[in-house]
Design a protein around this ligand. Sequence first.
Ligand SMILES: [Zn+2]
Length: 392
Amino acid sequence: MSSPRLLPAILLLGAILEPLRGAERSWTNSAGKTINATLVEVTDGKAVLRMDGRNFEVPVANLSPGDQEFIAKWKKGDTADPSGDAGVKPNWDGPWPGLVTVPVDLEIEVVKEDTASGEYIYASPHYEFICDVRLNTSVVKRFSLLFEATNQVCRELPLGMVKPFRKERHKIHLFETREAYIAKGGPPESGGVYISRGGEGDILVPLTSLGVKKVGSSYSVDHKEENTTLSHEITHQLTDFEYYAEGSRGWFTEGLAEYVAHSGYRSGKFSVNDLGKLKDYVTAYGEDGRRGRALGDNLTAPDLQEFFLQSYDSFLDNANFNYGFAALVVYYYFHMDSNKDAANIKAFLKALKEEKTPPELFEPLLAGRTWDEMETAIAQGWRSRGVKISFR
Ligand SMILES: [Zn+2]
């Protein structure tokens, strides 16, 4: 660890783990045998099902037509709410957001308070908070602002994402203690995590990350303790499943999450496109103890095509640099590329929606340029804003 100031909360935010608890359902094979299991993964025509804590593979073709249909929807990330995306018109053409706000007086609904089972569920307009302790709605109202504001940013970003508009509320699991958070799959020392379930996934957060503290017999919020980098995880949950494909997962998904998380958030307001803030976060040396990637303003970057095509494991191997650099690259495509209208990155995202794969996938992004020319364009864009990038 070269810099002790890079707090683990930042480094570990962003790990996408195995499914927490996908919905169990019954599966029938062509011989008519039925089992109850959870779908974990689909690769090469095989479904990985989990039953009694064990994974096993079944050829998709051997499953019933209903099961095959479920798998097809699951792959598109539709199973949480099969009808939820119907009628949603993705936002491709809206103006780029600047100041994004949500009303501070959100309506909080008490869905369930069950002392016997220790389950307490509260809902804001787009989120369901599933908690292991009872909270006052005034507390939920305050911390839900970060979630609702991030949701609003993802609606306003003209990147064609459907998930921010999903009718079903996104699920957030809250834990009174870090121990309970870790026991349910939260990476130790992380401040929160998004756990993918092959599409719609859950976010796990210890209450401490939301600044929620026990005072006497109830809880209150201390905003100074709030971990606003959680909006990184919130963005992952709202990022369309197609954008996690090879060639995009990593540089784009993490870059986007970093872009949102470091836009500058305060009390229900984001200042999107705050270049100073993002640049400072990526490059700052952190002399005053600020959290940041501390990459400096003179970077040596890997070959761009290799950076885009590396596996997610490889991306995580050099997480600090890769997250920071991905934020710079995404920022370039959003605000500096070609006519500064994000047209090339939008065309790239549309190609992902059409399930295009590399190298064809990159054609809209390159827009006629070679990879070397693309690297030069990125370096020139950032150089004019005070960051020197030398590609290897
Ligand atoms: Zn992430």
